[in-house]
Design a protein around this ligand. Structure first.
Ligand code: UD1
Length: 417
C-alpha cells in the first residue's frame, strides 16, 4: 500500500499545467462506443478511473490505445453488451455506460453500481429517463437487464434533480434515438457541455447543453472525431487551496475562468488575490487567511461538492469561523475526523460543518476516506507543522494524476513511498 509523506510549511510557488477533467473523460469514453471509425481524445489524465473505463471498453470489444494523454477508441468491433460486476465495482460512475451500451446494441446487462464512500448512490433518475425512452429495465439480484428491441425513442424527460450522470446517460441514449428528446432541469456542469461538443462534432444534434433545457434531435449515425478534454476545475481548485494554505503564489496554466466562477470569490474572501489572463490563473495568498462566512454546495453554477473538502482544509487554518453546508451528498464530511486529528476545530451537525480556524495544524498519520477527502488531507499536510503520513492514497489516484510530482514541482516536500 502506497503512502504520501508530506513535510509541511513549504511555501508553494511556480507554474503548473492543470490536467484534463476526469469527470469529462469518463462520459466521453462511454459515448465513443456510438461512433463509427475512430475517436481521439487529447488531454486525458492517467488515472485509475480512466483505466477502469478503458478496461470496460476493451471488454466490450473496442480497440483502445492510451499514450501520452491521448486515448484512441475504435468501437466498430463491439461484440458484447454486458459489463461484469468486477468492472462495474472498480468505478462507481461506470453507470454512465448504460445509455451508450443500450443505444449501441438494443440491450444491456450491467450489475447495479451499489453504494460508495459518499453514501447511497441511487440511479433511479437514470433508469426513469431510459424507461421513458422506451427501454425495458428489470432489476434482478443486483443486475440490470435492459432491452429495447424497437430502438430508443425520443421523449420528454423532466429530471427531479439536475443529476450530472442522469443527464449524461439520457443525452448519450438520445443522440441516435428516433425523434426528439427534451431534458428539463438538466445538469449544467461544464462536463455536460464537453460531452455535447464531442457528440455534435461526431454528427449529433444537441442544443442547449449548459442550460436547464437540452434538446436532442436523433440522427442516423455518428462518426468519430478528435476532441480535447476540458481542464479539471476540481484539480485547479485543489491547487488553489494548496497555494492558499502555504501563503503561496502559483500560476495555473490551462484553466477556464467561467468554470471557476463559484470558487474564485471564496478564495478572494479568504484574502487571496486571483488574476486570470488568457487561460492562465495566478493565485497569491496572504500570510494569514480570513474565514469564509458561508459556503453551500449546489449544482453548477453553484459551489461544487467536489471542491468542498479541499476548500475546508483552507478554512481550517483561516482566522475566524466558516460555515460549510453540503447539499449534494449525504456522506461527504468523512475527511473532518482526519482533519480534527491534525488539530483542526470542526463540528458537524447533519449537513452543516462549522469550522473554527486554528493558527496551525500538526502532522500525524491520517487515512484518506475518499477521493476529495484525500485531496483535503494533502492540502492540510502541506501547511501542517512536522510530518503528515497519508494512507489510502489509491483514492487520490482515482482523480489526481501524479499529484506528488505536481506539488513537488511547486516546491512542496512530498513523496510517495
Ligand atoms: C458527478 C461527478 C461527481 C460529482 C457529482 C455532483 C462524475 C464521474 N462524477 O457524479 O464527482 O460529485 O456529479 O456534482 O462526473 N441522485 C439521485 N438519483 C439518481 C442520480 C443522482 O438521487 O439517479 C442524487 C445523488 O444521490 C446525489 C445527487 O443526486 O445526491 C447528485 O448526483 P449526480 O449529479 O448524479 O452525481 P454523479 O453524476 O453520480
Amino acid at each position: 500500500m502506497s503512502k504520501l509523506i508530506i513535510r509541511g510549511k513549504r511555501r508553494l510557488s511556480g507554474e503548473t499545467e492543470v490536467q484534463g477533467a476526469k469527470n469529462s473523460v469518463l462520459p466521453l469514453l462511454a459515448a465513443s462506443i456510438l461512433a463509427k471509425g475512430e475517436s481521439v481524445f487529447l488531454g486525458c489524465p492517467h488515472l485509475s478511473d480512466v483505466e477502469a473505463s478503458i478496461k470496460i471498453l476493451r471488454y466490450l470489444g473496442c480497440k483502445v490505445s492510451h499514450k501520452d494523454g491521448t486515448i484512441c477508441v475504435k468501437a466498430d468491433g463491439i461484440s458484447r453488451y454486458d459489463i461484469p460486476t468486477e468492472l462495474m465495482r472498480e468505478m462507481r460512475s461506470s453507470i454512465v455506460f448504460l445509455g451508450a451500451v443500450i443505444s449501441r446494441g438494443g440491450k444491456a446487462r450491467l450489475s447495479f453500481p451499489g453504494g460508495c464512500e459518499l453514501g447511497p448512490r441511487p440511479i433511479d433518475l437514470h433508469l426513469k429517463a431510459l424507461r421513458q425512452m422506451g427501454v425495458s429495465i428489470e432489476e434482478r439480484y443486483g443486475v440490470l437487464e435492459c432491452s429495447c428491441e424497437k430502438g430508443i425513442k425520443g421523449a420528454r424527460i423532466a429530471l427531479s434533480f439536475p443529476s450530472v450522470g442522469a443527464t449524461e446517460n439520457a443525452m448519450i441514449a438520445a443522440v441516435l434515438a428516433k425523434g426528439t428528446t427534451t431534458i428539463t432541469n438538466a445538469a449544467r456542469e461544464p462536463e455536460i457541455c464537453d460531452l455535447a461538443e464531442y457528440l455534435n462534432r461526431c454528427g449529433a444534434k444537441i442544443y442547449g447543453a449548459g442550460e436547464g433545457t437540452i434538446v436532442i434531435d436523433g440522427v442516423e449515425s455518428l462518426t468519430g472525431c478528435c476532441h480535447t478534454v476540458i481542464p479539471d476545475r476540481i484539480v485547479a481548485t485543489t491547487l488553489m487551496s494548496a497555494a492558499a494554505v502555504t501563503s503561496g503564489d502559483i500560476v495555473l496554466h490551462g484553466v477556464v475562468q467561467s468554470h471557476l466562477g463559484a470558487v474564485t470569490p471564496v478564495f478572494e474572501e479568504a484574502g487571496c488575490k486571483v488574476v486570470f489572463s488568457r487561460g492562465n490563473m495566478r493565485i497569491t495568498a496572504p500570510e494569514k487567511l480570513n474565514s469564509v462566512k458561508h459556503i453551500r454546495t449546489m449544482p453548477y453554477p453553484g459551489f461544487p461538492t467536489d471542491c468542498q473538502a479541499p476548500v475546508m482544509a483552507m478554512t481550517a487554518v483561516a482566522q475566524g469561523t466558516s460555515v460549510i453546508v453540503e447539499n449534494i451528498f449525504e456522506n461527504r464530511f468523512r475527511h473532518v475526523g482526519e482533519l480534527v486529528r491534525m488539530g483542526a476545530n470542526i463540528k458537524v451537525e447533519g449537513k452543516v460543518a462549522v469550522v473554527e480556524g486554528v493558527p496551525k495544524l500538526f502532522g500525524t498519520s491520517v487515512v484518506a476516506p475518499d477521493l476529495r477527502g484525500a485531496a483535503a488531507l494533502v492540502a492540510a499536510g502541506l501547511c501542517a507543522r512536522g510530518k503528515t503520513e497519508i494512507s489510502g492514497i489509491n483514492f487520490l489516484e482515482r482523480g489526481y494524476e501524479s499529484f506528488e510530482t505536481v506539488l513537488s514541482g511547486l516546491g512542496a516536500d512530498i513523496k510517495k513511498i
